[in-house]
Design a protein around this ligand. Structure first.
Ligand code: 6R9
Length: 641
């Protein structure tokens, strides 16, 4: 390979699903003949009740696309039933509790029975095809059952991450009109108990349409029960039959909604449909993790995020894989936990986030070296840009230079991995997500919106549809067109910037919009600002992301108090608590910077560019200040910095 790609494909991957030559050939074929390519994948990777009439139809510019129109299938059937003939007794989920003494092993047959019982229970509660069901669960197998039970009966799940506050939960339940919520009494993470049922009760005070709350009893904690609305998971499922015929779904029937932060307004409900999403996650899982029979796979994400949906639930189970699911955090009871789990279950493929890698790296090698990690073959990363230093540590200290680092770039909206190395096909370059997956045609646009040919840097866009692309924003199709398809007509705009090198390798440079990424959690600056100005002492707020050694980015908030108000430490604490209660603890500002006024243009737009620089300690190079309405504002800010 060329001199700029430093890490050739290891010898040990010569028998993988994809070689460099095969990738080049297949990639070209997939772009030239997308319908033949995806049609053949759909035949090979999924089971259908009825084949499709057309592979792809639609108008990409308007985000009106359909894949496999006329086809009929069920996602839960594909993730469970079709494996029963050969692997009923194979372990599907190896569950590790928050503390190492808690372990469960669940076979495909058991998943089948549990999912069917819950599906029947939900039906008995009046949940029908097309209804939205909110899932607010800790990382327990029952969260997976809940998602698959919805898919089985054609209900649309909307999973809300357990770290979200009651307010966030309420907004998400209301936005898509959920009638039922599946939750737990408590979640347990790193020794802490999270009062999920109490949060749900709080949220539901303003959700009159929710008629059913199913409560999985994880800890047995004392909780309030609302007669007629709440039912325990056990009571709902024990007497149900373990057979539930899957609902026959159309390819484009919605599979789920998942809320994600954008640059403006409230989080939006990204809707994914059944066939395209399932196909793309199935195929990417197979190739990107080079999954072979018997491999043990572990994705450290939470089911509340897209990574959990695609690569804990749908991708692995559709492939009939065996996977580890961890309830807790990588540092509990200490920083060796993650590696101990790897050794205990002989994990071959590990998929985690740069923020976890950096935090573990900061603890030193001692915890890593205590363990063998000899089973590891592939190390994946996702969620934010990985800095070359963390990449090297992951590669050397964790993988001992044996395991390719699979830096996969994708988004909630893309459904599955878009730019990623393939273990047997791609020479690696630290910090680079490398090359597009089969069927994906990225492009980089310059300031004028023209495609850059060859090496360059600009806005990352995707040209043309792919099976798991976002179908709509729930209840507001125009919003999807405005957000993703209008900025650069004819392209899907990712919101990310990217650089392409002379080999066509992509490096993701980070968000170009007002989305920040704190420890892999995606947040809109507008959401945090709205929370801060709810406080009566605050007139205005502007939030920017600043680089953080471990979390990637942290929240830096400039706050302007009401006249006569002094910003005290107590007030700062109140503001931080307000953000935690409005959004979730992970959104708390790291720094609250008081200022008498915010720098604005004459038309009243906050000049975030200046704030970003100030937040990073820059004093001199603030750039063009000529459009500033009131130059004294900067002087005040500098005096206080
Ligand atoms: C899967 C997921 C999407 C945003 C995305 C980008 C960032 C994700 C990345 C990456 C650099 C990678 N991102 N993977 N940046 N390298 N390998 O994380 O989805 O939560 O929607 O976040 O995350 O900025 O636009 P989501």
């Amino acid at each position: 390979m060329t001199q700029t790609t430093n890490y050739p494909v290891p010898e040990s991957f010569k028998d993988s699903w994809m070689s460099e030559e095969k990738y080049q050939e297949l990639y070209r074929y997939s772009l030239e003949n997308p319908e033949a390519f995806w049609g053949s994948k759909a035949e090979r990777y999924l089971d259908w009740y009825r084949p499709w009439d057309s592979v792809y139809e639609g108008d990409f510019k308007k985000c009106e696309v359909s894949w496999f129109k006329g086809g009929k299938l069920n996602a839960s059937f594909n993730c469970i039933d079709r494996h029963l003939e050969n692997r009923a007794d194979q372990v599907a989920i190896i569950w590790e509790g928050d503390t190492p003494d808690l372990q469960r092993k669940i076979t495909y047959q058991e998943i089948h029975d549990e999912v069917c019982k819950l599906a029947n229970g939900l039906k008995a509660q009046g949940v029908n095809k097309g209804d939205r069901v909110c899932i607010y669960m800790p990382m327990v197998p029952e969260a997976v059952y809940a998602m698959l039970a919805c898919a089985r009966i054609g209900a649309v799940h909307s999973v809300v991450f357990g770290g979200f506050s009651p307010h966030s939960l309420r907004d998400r339940i209301l936005d898509c009109g959920c009638r039922a919520v599946i939750t737990a009494d408590e979640g347990v993470r790193g020794g802490k108990h999270i009062p999920l049922k109490q949060n749900t009760d709080e949220a539901l005070k303003e959700c009159p349409d929710v008629t059913t709350v199913v409560v999985y009893e994880r800890t047995g904690a004392e909780i309030e029960w609302r007669e007629g609305r709440d039912i325990s998971y056990k009571a709902l499922t024990t007497s149900q039959s373990s057979i539930c015929e899957p609902e026959v779904m159309e390819s484009e029937d919605p599979l789920f909604i998942l809320y994600t932060s954008g640059s403006t307004g409230k989080p939006k409900g990204v809707l994914h449909s059944t066939a395209g999403y399932l196909l793309y996650t199935t195929v990417t899982f197979h190739y990107v993790f080079d999954y072979h029979e018997g491999d043990i796979y572990w994705c450290g994400a939470d089911v509340g995020w897209i990574t959990g949906h695609s690569y804990i639930v749908y991708g692995p189970l559709s492939n009939g894989a065996t996977m580890v699911m961890h309830e807790g955090v990588p540092f509990w009871p200490d920083a060796a936990r993650i590696w101990e789990i790897v050794d205990r279950h002989q994990v071959n493929i590990l998929y985690t986030a740069p923020t976890a890698i950096r935090a573990l790296m900061a603890k030193g090698d001692e915890y890593v070296k205590r363990t063998s990690r000899a089973s590891l073959k592939i190390l994946g990363t996702v969620g934010e840009p990985i800095n070359p230093e963390a990449w090297q540590w992951y590669y050397r200290s964790v993988g001992e230079e044996r395991c390719p680092i699979i830096d996969s770039w994708w988004q909630t909206e893309t459904g599955g991995m878009m730019i990623t190395p393939l273990p047997g096909a791609t020479a690696l370059k630290p910090g680079f997500a490398t090359l597009p997956f089969l069927g994906i045609r990225p492009a980089i646009l310059d300031h004028d919106g023209n495609e850059i040919v060859g090496p360059g840097q600009g806005s990352l866009v995707i040209t043309g549809s792919w099976p798991s692309q976002i179908r709509t924003v729930y209840g507001n199709h125009q919003r999807i067109v405005d957000t993703y398809f209008s900025q650069h007509p004819g392209y899907y705009f990712t919101g990310d910037g990217a650089r392409r090198d002379e080999n066509g390798y992509y490096q993701i440079t980070g968000r170009m919009d007002d989305v920040i990424n704190v420890a892999g959690h995606r947040l809109g600056t507008a959401e945090i600002e709205s929370a801060l100005v709810l406080h009566e002492a605050i007139a205005e707020a502007a939030v920017v992301g600043v680089p953080h050694r471990v979390k990637g980015e942290s929240v830096y908030a400039f706050i302007t108090p009401m006249d006569g108000v002094e910003i005290t430490d107590d007030l700062k604490q109140e503001l931080s608590n307000l953000v935690a209660s409005e959004i979730g603890s992970f959104a708390r500002p790291e720094i609250l910077h008081p200022c008498p006024a915010l720098p604005k243009t004459r038309s009243g737009k906050i000049m975030r560019r200046i704030l970003r620089k100030l937040a990073q300690g820059e004093r001199d190079n603030l750039g063009d200040l000529s459009t500033l309405a009131d130059p004294t504002v900067i002087k005040h800010l500098l005096d206080q910095a």
